[in-house]
Design a binder for this molecule. Structure first.
Ligand code: NAP
Length: 483
């Protein structure tokens, strides 16, 4: 099932290697539950080797010493290779993550290529500033790369979330050790082969596959790592941040979400319905910025619940290889079990399952039907916690203040959104929502130029935009005496 570019081995110092222990881990196709291959399962010794290779590559200056324009050429080459190899990458992501091929091509491939293109442009803008000071001195600042970046990524958007770290890190002249999620490592290995082909020098990007508790933990605690770029759950994120705090390492924390999607009584209902469905079924609900909490103004509540019941039941769920499929399997069986538990809890808490509410039995795959649940109170765990599956809860509100209060009532603050035709209300409410991004009259409008990240338990730091590039640099001030 793997092609010649997926060696199923670690990519360290420009070479494909077995893990020191020789241990291997299964790769499972979530659409069937069957093992489709194995990959190297690294341990602490492999992490040591990868960090040493990265350090050597950084110190050599082969990458950090290039001009921004020279690095930009390589980043553009990577973007081109992503587009050229789209068919193969889509096949791998579909096999590994269960991503519907149409979604993967339109979103994951396009976004990944655009990230490298965007940071190729920004690589050429990195510079310092001169500072006019009342000293007899000439003062200026330089922006320098940090060094070795540990990029730790989750299972749900393997390509996009790794590129969101690797592209700006490389643009700024850093080197990277990437640990993809154990469940979904294939695209990271394929990308390693593209980095090689694009002319990224050996050791500048290293990919170490293995578990979070061994490889992730070793990377966090490695004294040779200069920055940790983490995307994952809030619970693991707390641990990562505590280790980073202890070791005084800069860290970016992209954590969980549980966004509210508000529909005011003056909304364009037809537009809102499309955004609501996209917001919770996109990527089979395994989307940190999904909108699983729908808040509807009382006058529209019955209408919207009624439309959703019919429309959601008609969303094509099935084989991710079928171009018509919108919702594929979840990435692992444990994710389906977690969704089952939450839906059961919703029933116990008095929730009414409007549609879905059960597994889809298909080929042994990890499918769950898109589900809409009405009638839960705001303090329900199903409303307050991150389910991370294709489940939407629907609640009603009477006033603008009540909607804002409910939207802000969870511990998360990654994304939020609202539908209204009242421009003043749109800005007024956006101002009060506690979230890193607010979408108005649509959902999931994302671009490498638009910073994203969270507040509260959704983390800190921003990916995308010049903000991300800056986070992969450090400022040095140089002051030259003039006498
Ligand atoms: P996770 O369980 O927290 O894992 C994330 C990464 O951390 C994986 O590579 C994991 O490795 C690794 N890890 C686990 N334990 C570790 C440790 N002790 N030290 C270092 N690394 C460790 O998250 P997930 O289930 O893969 O992803 C879903 C979560 O990510 C959701 O909460 C979602 O909201 C969040 N997410 C956030 C964003 C964002 O941008 N804010 C984007 C996507 C997803 P293994 O998988 O190999 O164990």
């Amino acid at each position: 099932m793997f092609n010649n570019d997926i060696h199923g081995r670690l990519f360290i110092g420009g070479q494909w290697r077995d893990s020191c222990s020789g241990s291997r881990a299964d790769v499972i196709d979530p659409s069937t539950g069957r093992v489709v291959g194995t990959i190297a399962d690294a341990d602490i010794a492999d992490v040591d080797t990868a960090v040493a290779a990265a350090r050597a590559a950084f110190e050599s200056g082969e990458w950090a010493g290039l001009s921004g324009r020279e690095r930009a050429r390589v980043l553009l080459h990577i973007a081109g290779l992503v587009r050229e190899n789209a068919d193969e990458i889509v096949r791998l992501e579909s096999l590994d993550v269960g991503k519907p091929v149409a979604l993967c091509r339109a979103v994951d491939i396009a976004t990944t290529a655009e990230q490298y293109e965007y940071y190729a442009a920004l690589a050429q803008t990195i510079d310092g500033a001169t500072r006019k000071v009342p000293l007899n001195a000439f003062a200026y600042t330089r922006r320098e790369p940090l060094g070795v970046v540990a990029a730790i990524t989750p299972f749900n958007f393997p390509l996009i979330l790794s590129s969101a770290k690797i592209a700006p890190a490389l643009a700024a002249g850093n080197v990277v050790v990437h640990k993809p999620a154990e469940d979904t490592p294939l695209s990271a290995l394929f990308m390693a082969s593209l980095f090689e082909r694009a002319g990224v020098p050996a050791g500048v990007v290293n990919v170490v596959t293995g578990s979070g508790s061994v490889v992730g933990e070793a990377l966090l605690k490695h004294p040779g790592v200069d920055k940790i770029a983490f995307t994952g759950s809030t619970s693991i994120g707390r641990h990562v941040a505590s280790v980073a705090g202890e070791m005084l390492k800069p860290v970016t924390m992209e954590l969980g979400g549980n966004a509210a999607h508000i529909v005011f009584d003056d909304a364009d209902v037809e537009k809102a319905i499309g955004a609501i469905i996209k917001g919770f079924v996109f990527n089979t609900g395994q989307f940190c910025m999904g909108g699983p909490r729908l808040l509807v103004a009382r006058p529209l509540y019955d209408t919207i619940v009624g439309i959703l019941a019919a429309a959601v039941a008609g969303v094509p769920v099935g084989d991710p290889r079928d171009p018509e499929t919108v919702v594929g399997p979840m990435a692992a069986d444990r994710h389906v079990k977690k969704v089952e538990e939450y839906v059961e809890l919703a029933r116990q808490e008095g929730g009414r399952v409007v549609c879905g509410g059960e597994r889809l039995d298909r080929n042994g795959g990890y499918y769950y039907k898109p589900t809409v649940i009405a009638g839960l109170t705001n303090d329900s765990r199903v409303v307050q916690e991150e389910i991370f599956g294709p489940v939407l809860t629907v609640q009603l509100f009477d006033t603008e203040d009540e909607a804002i209060e409910m939207a802000n009532s969870t511990s998360y603050g990654l994304a939020s959104g609202l539908h209204t035709t009242n421009l003043a209300r749109a800005h007024r409410v956006a101002d009060k929502l506690q979230a890193g991004i607010v979408w108005i009259n649509d959902w999931a409008m994302l671009d490498p130029a638009i910073p994203f990240g969270g507040v509260k338990d959704s983390g800190f730091g921003r990916e995308y935009g010049p903000e991300a590039l800056a986070s992969y640099t450090k400022v040095k001030s140089v002051v030259v005496a003039l006498d």
